[in-house]
Write a protein that binds this ligand. Structure first.
Ligand SMILES: *[C@@H]1O[C@H](CO)[C@@H](O)[C@H](O)[C@H]1NC(C)=O
Ligand SMILES: *[C@@H]1O[C@H](CO)[C@@H](O)[C@H](O)[C@H]1NC(C)=O
Length: 230
């Protein structure tokens, strides 16, 4: 009787089961969108423009160019980024000339904020996870690239994803923006050369497997965070 009860508790309690469930998730070799996994309402409340500016406006953030092999890094006060660079993507600008705030976060200065983020409750056994937090204007995004596996979540806004399996290298220019790829290259692709696509909204998490090519496009001014598993 007691053993049966213990078994029932283990099956119902989400936390102790994580490794087993993670084993299930990572058996997926394709991207997955998971809805309603975590509740990040508290974190979202801290990520409004006013709250972020009040808490971090004077902090310097490190921006990267929005091209495939992020070459250039520029440091500036967060407030300056929000007030002057957080605008819709300029169609005439190259990705290599567009500054994007994503990753390179200072976890000491922004620690009080990241503590409130509830990450997807899955881990790869024996590995750590690392956050990349960002904010960017509508039409911005990172052109095709790939890396290890992880999760991506949108806190505000919507993010469109274009994904290809590792064996399908997409047609793209590494210095052009995702927006210019979408307008110039995408319409010419025959159906069999089209990527997998999805749009994630707040409350949804995308799992991206290792080595899958992906490009992102923020459909709105967006606040987003990725959890890289490595
Ligand atoms: C993060 O911020 C702290 C405090 O301002 C500073 O001492 C440290 O050098 C910064 N770390 C990085 C990696 O920039
Ligand atoms: C992309 O831009 C970088 C920096 O401006 C430049 O060094 C590189 O040659 C460019 N790559 C291509 C393929 O045009």
């Amino acid at each position: 009787m007691e053993r049966l009860l213990l078994l029932v508790l283990l099956v119902c309690a989400p936390r102790p089961l994580c490794p087993a469930r993670a084993g299930g998730w990572f058996a997926f070799s394709r991207p997955v969108v998971i809805r309603g996994l975590t509740d990040n309402a508290a974190f979202r409340a801290l990520c409004t423009r006013d709250r972020l500016l009040a808490a971090f406006g004077q902090r310097r953030v490190r921006l990267s160019t929005a091209n495939t092999y992020s070459y250039r890094k520029v440091d500036m006060p967060f407030q300056e980024y929000v007030e002057h660079l957080l605008e819709p993507q300029d169609l005439d600008l190259l990705g290599s000339d567009t500054l994007y705030f994503f990753g390179d976060n200072n976890f000491t200065e922004w620690g009080s904020l990241f503590q409130k983020y509830v990450p997807p409750p899955f881990r790869l056994p024996g590995t750590t996870s690392a956050y990349s937090f960002g904010i960017a204007g509508s039409g911005s995004g990172v052109p095709f690239h790939w890396h290890g596996p992880g999760f991506s979540e949108v806190i505000f806004g919507r993010k469109r994803w274009f994904l290809y399996p590792p064996e399908h290298t997409p047609e793209f220019h590494p210095n052009r923006t995702t927006l210019s790829w979408l307008l110039d290259t995408y319409p010419r692709l025959p159906p069999e050369a089209r990527p997998l696509e999805c749009t994630i909204r707040p409350g949804e998490v995308l799992y991206f497997p290792a080595r899958w090519w992906h490009a992102t496009l923020n459909l709105d001014t967006s606040v987003f965070i990725s959890t890289f598993l490595g």
